[in-house]
Design a protein around this ligand. Structure first.
Ligand SMILES: Cc1cc2nc3c(=O)[nH]c(=O)nc-3n(C[C@H](O)[C@H](O)[C@H](O)COP(=O)(O)OP(=O)(O)OC[C@H]3O[C@@H](n4cnc5c(N)ncnc54)[C@H](O)[C@@H]3O)c2cc1C
Length: 411
């Protein structure tokens, strides 16, 4: 059977490794951390995943935490007004629910499943020299190592990467004890709080190592008032800063957060990175070729909560491309074709995410405002997180937005 090496045990690498394994491929998975190290380590993401991405996991029968994780039935937007209140506040209902399963739980569990099913798991931080050697021993080498050092193998695609510096400073805190949203205590939803010119606060339910929890996630414009987490090492200090900023900029969220405590000592994360699209094929010093997967080749800012969704979609698309190729060689042409097929979905995510990082134009402000008056607009906006291609029809172009809003108002 064909031998495939997967380097990096995140959403995309593990989903691909488990998918290939179930189809009889001989898969080796290389991870720079053991399952226990991942489980007891620091949180890595907020990993809210929407229906289509979750369905890819269900298709492989690896949705192990589906019954335990909160069902996120809605996605709301609040916009802070100049008086400290909310100028906009609505919630759209999702067609299929979303879920967030802490990657520490999921990746550790999937890794153990892969090994239990007979997969070869190698705990080793792969270097380029390792890949050089392995590219000769395997039919295909997939690099799914996220935003780590191996990205240097893949050239930045300047035409598809409008930003060369981070656009947000990220600060995440996992907490127990958050109160429900008072307006809709009956169902779970993500709330995106937009603070114009300052940044965003995302609040979402999750399933973590200690059960149900909530995530408080600030995205701050670099150099602005939210960009204060650099150098903060103490998790307790990280949480108090998070809460101070909530009290100042999103008092309606602070009101339900007065009793929160961190889930665990690894429950905070801070950092930043530049959104980057790279060329999909890496050439090793010895001439071998490797194919980049998910964040390695398309890393968007988490402002739209798409990276894990995209990683799941990339893994599903590559799995199809690999199995459809049969016994033919995985050459450069095939690699480019596999990426182009994925890019057909990913390009919509990149376009929308990069648009959300800029100051919203007048017609987008109008659209967000209109969602408060027309439930179908709120629902469509919320479901765009599941399928960002839909934004093409009503988001980017003022005339299309106007035509859509007119059609809703006249309906
Ligand atoms: C703060 C934050 C919030 C986010 N929120 C969301 C969200 O709500 N929804 C969403 O969809 N996405 C979100 N994302 C993005 C999402 O987490 C990532 O896009 C997704 O995890 C990428 O998956 P991946 O498989 O490409 O890489 P990763 O998940 O990064 O996995 C890569 C793995 O490879 C390992 N590795 C690295 N180098 C090596 C090496 N040399 N050898 C071996 N192993 C290596 C790493 O340790 C890691 O385990 C968020 C990201 C951040 C930072």
């Amino acid at each position: 059977m064909r031998k495939i090496l997967v380097v990096g045990a995140g959403q995309s690498g593990l989903q691909l490794a488990l998918g290939l394994q179930s189809q009889g491929y001989e898969v080796t998975l290389m991870s720079n951390r053991t399952a226990d190290e991942i489980r007891s380590g620091r949180v890595m993401s907020t990993q809210c995943m929407f229906h289509t991405a979750l369905q890819h996991e269900r298709d492989l029968g690896i949705n192990f935490w589906e019954s335990q994780a909160p069902r996120i039935e809605g996605l709301g937007v609040s916009v802070a007004g100049p008086d400290g209140g909310r100028a906009v506040d609505w919630v759209g209902r999702l067609g299929g629910y979303a879920q967030s399963v802490d990657q520490r739980v999921k990746m550790a569990g999937w890794m153990e499943t892969f090994a239990r099913r007979g997969g070869q798991l190698v705990i080793h931080g792969a270097a380029v020299s390792d890949l050089d050697y392995f590219s000769r021993a395997y039919d295909l080498v997939l690099v799914s190592a996220g935003k780590g050092e191996l990205v240097s193998l893949f050239e930045r695609d300047a035409d598809r990467s409008p930003y060369s510096a981070p656009q947000r400073a990220l600060a995440v805190a996992y907490v127990h004890g958050l109160g429900p949203r008072p307006e809709h205590p009956d169902y779970d939803a993500v709330r995106c709080n937009l603070v114009p010119g300052v940044g965003e606060l995302f609040v979402m339910p999750t399933f973590t190592t200690s059960g149900r929890a909530d995530i408080l996630f600030w995205e701050g414009v670099p150099g602005g008032p939210l960009d204060v987490f650099r150098g903060v090492r103490d998790p307790a200090e990280h949480l108090s800063l998070t809460l101070e900023l909530m009290e100042k900029y999103t008092p309606w969220e602070y009101a339900r957060a007065t009793r929160v405590e961190l889930t665990d000592a690894g429950g905070t994360l801070a950092g930043r990175y530049a959104p980057t699209v790279r060329r999909p094929v890496g050439r090793l010093p010895g001439g071998g070729l490797v194919l980049g997967v998910a964040d390695v080749v398309v890393a968007n800012d988490p402002i739209t909560g798409q990276g894990s969704n995209s990683a799941a979609k990339c893994a599903a698309s590559y799995l199809d491309s690999i199995t459809a190729h049969g016994d033919r060689p995985f050459d450069e042409e095939w690699m480019r074709g596999a990426f182009d097929r994925y890019w057909d979905t990913a390009r919509h995510v990149t376009k929308w995410t990069n648009a959300m990082l800029g100051a919203p134009p007048e017609h987008v402000l109008g659209l967000i405002g209109a969602a408060g008056a027309h439930q179908p607009v709120a629902d469509r906006f919320a479901n765009g997180f599941n399928d960002p291609a839909d934004f093409e029809d009503f988001f980017y172009d003022p005339e299309r937005t106007a035509a859509y809003l007119a059609s809703v108002a006249g309906a």
